[in-house]
Ligand binder design. Structure first.
Ligand SMILES: [Zn+2]
Ligand SMILES: [Zn+2]
Length: 230
């Protein structure tokens, strides 16, 4: 009630175009465009996004699931980029819903442990949010799944997109390690590793290898979005 009243006095701006957002975080036009991006499915294989297994340079494709596209010039991309700098509750809840549906569409509903790819402390200080963590907690709550913070992320603010594929792999390897005591938490578990945007897959691959090395039985990488090369 109070929220409804406040939204009349202070209408929310559309995340993408700043017009009045009549649908949570999007205006009518952007929402229509976004829904089309979702219903189009993957432009490369034609599958719904949750079922797309388009080639990844690093990952075994069976282990990669993502919820929404990361369409260049699209609304989906704007939503995912917004997640990197803000903790917009409606957006977090929406993306977590999409991630939960993507898992369910792949038959994953229970007996899994959620964890996530953390951001480095430097980057959190600069941007203000740890976006994969926020998404992972929202997802775990929605699906009533256990969640553990198992990784330590070192390193600075180097943007992976400035690196070549081989370099990404090496860079990712130097950044992540398992937290003290985390081994007990992952041993024998099927783990869902959450990230916000999966690009080459270099980061999730490194984290996935660490999890397996320390006893996880299986690791599924779940991105809110994925940039597939069309
Ligand atoms: Zn808009
Ligand atoms: Zn595809």
């Amino acid at each position: 009630m109070l929220n409804k009243f406040l939204s009349l006095i202070f209408p929310t701006a559309c995340i993408r175009c700043r017009r009045i957002a009549k649908h949570g975080f999007l205006c009518t036009e952007c929402k229509e465009e976004y829904e089309k991006e979702l219903s189009d499915g993957c432009l490369s294989c034609g599958n719904p996004h949750a079922k797309c297994r388009c080639d990844s340079k690093y990952l075994d494709n069976e282990k990669l699931i993502y919820a929404i596209p990361y369409r260049s010039d699209g609304v989906s991309r704007e939503l995912l980029l917004k997640m990197k700098t803000s903790n917009n509750k409606a957006l977090v809840s929406h993306l977590a819903d999409k991630m939960a549906s993507a898992l369910k569409e792949n038959g994953i509903e229970e007996d899994v442990l959620i964890t996530y790819v953390p951001r480095s402390p430097t980057k959190i200080r600069l941007e203000g949010v740890d976006q994969a963590k926020i998404l992972a907690y929202a997802l775990a709550e929605k699906m009533k799944l256990d969640i553990e913070n198992v990784f330590i992320c070192r390193g600075g603010v180097k943007e992976q997109k400035s690196l070549e594929y081989g370099e990404r792999d090496i860079y990712a390897r130097t950044r992540f390690s398992l937290r003290l005591g985390a081994e007990e938490k992952i041993k024998g578990k099927r783990v869902v590793l959450v990230d916000d945007i999966i690009t080459s897959g270099a980061t999730v691959k490194v984290c996935s290898e660490i999890l397996t090395e320390f006893g996880a039985e299986d690791v599924i990488c779940l991105g809110a979005g994925r940039s597939v090369k069309y």
